[in-house]
Design a protein around this ligand. Sequence first.
Ligand code: ADP
Length: 540
Amino acid sequence: MSIPSGFKARFSETLRLTLVYRLARELNAELRPVDVLHRVLNAAAEALGTPYASIAAFRDKELQAAYAIGGGAVDPLPVIKRVLADGLAGFVLHNYRTVIINDINRSPLWLPLDDEPLSPQEGSALCMPLIHAGEVVGVITLAHPAPGYFSADAVNLTTTISELGAAALSNALLLDATRRAERRYEVLFDDATVPIIITDLQGHIQAINRRTCEFLGYTPEDLLHKNITTVHREGTEPVGADHFDHLKRGLEVRFQSMAWAKDGSKYPVQVYARRINSDGDVDCVQWIEHDMSIQMELDRLRRDLSAMIYHDVRGPLSNVYSSLEALSRLLARHPDQNVQDLIEVASRSEDQARRMIDSLLDVQYLEEGRRLLSRTNVMINELIVEVVKQLEHAARENNIFLDFDLADDPPVLYIDSGMIERVVFNLVDNAIKYAPRDGAVIISTVIGKSEVYVRVKDNGPGIPHEALELIFDKFSRVKQRNMPHGVGLGLAFCKLAVEAHGGRIWVRSDNRRGSTFTFALPIEAPGTQELPLLGPAAAH
Ligand code: ADP
């Protein structure tokens, strides 16, 4: 091309306005980022008459799309990446400013690319950032074989085109990112291995994923626009009675429930409900439905198996008991005191093992929410004295002083005496175990307005504050050095047993000056009260 040197591009105001009007209309359509690049670059190259031009789009400094004119069918991406790394476009991108090069062969900013069809070998160039809301969203480069081609007019026109382009590009990039995120969410939602249901805040179902269809046998059409109560027929009370008010306050709610399948069968589920997109105009609730049937079945099998084992161990244990009784009678007059001592140790161990088995069976029985079967009228003070007698030997061995402070004439309680005996036994046994040598354990009863309190106080090491709640959980033990052995079942049993009577149990521990365990039993026995059956027990 032969171009006279010193030629400057000139543009009339009418041309500028016409161009801006046309481009603005074109960019108004909803476009992909690459379409915006095409229209902006074509408009700029056409208006300025530049045979070489390129443009690239960025989001968070990452190259998103690029387009170039001048190289025929050549893929522009490799050369654009090069000039972004080492050339003029890269300089403009990082410095946020327009650069005009009047003679590319004499500018250090111009990257010489021999035989590159997208780049002129001589002439001038104009490179401008596309800035929107303070962010560079693109870089446009225009080049002409004539040196000094780009006049102030050309810069003005390119600035107008770039401003229009930057706004359109920024919107297109945002839309693109949103669509990609949506597509990602859709794939995740549909491929999730747990059933997920999306509803609005009134509970109308808006989407269900594939796993929900497989789990409950519905098609999306069966459930769309129906209420979540089609699946949760027992209601969704834990999520809030008034339009899921718990979720509205931003809470995440987990609860156990049943999910109804299309064929009318129902499955136990752990539901995790959460409000999503609460700040956008799409406001909905996500219900994740964990199928618990296999776990519940395994739990039931485990429980049945352990109940069977505990139960069957009782047989051999009672043989040990009767054999020891017989032995002790037979050897009552044996001259060697060691024989008596050995029988005594064996009896106590048998007693301990039996109590443990009974507690395990009771824990299981009570955990299933079954009612107490063997209530009788019981004088609590007498029960306590009888139980403590069984522990006198252990107390004597550690030189522990056992004392009573029992209320006069406590009311007769209607309780399961075997169970409450084991509660008292566990508490006094622990107190003796944890009290120091020569320590003291005081067992007292107090009559309250509607309850009788039984208190066991020791002067042992006490219980760390953070463990006060935990020790009533199954198998929880406080980890400290030189502590007696145990499995952490005693207090869990005590809690279940006392609560099954409608009572309460708690502990106070005073800065390493010992512990006081108290349990309260209601005076008015809820004689006809039946505990609700929970879990698999309900099915029997
Ligand atoms: P176990 O005695 O078999 O460990 P328990 O359920 O009876 O199980 O007790 C749980 C834990 O509570 C014990 O491991 C111990 O850490 C703590 N604990 C119970 N009673 C006392 C007590 N009187 N003094 C100090 N710690 C106690």
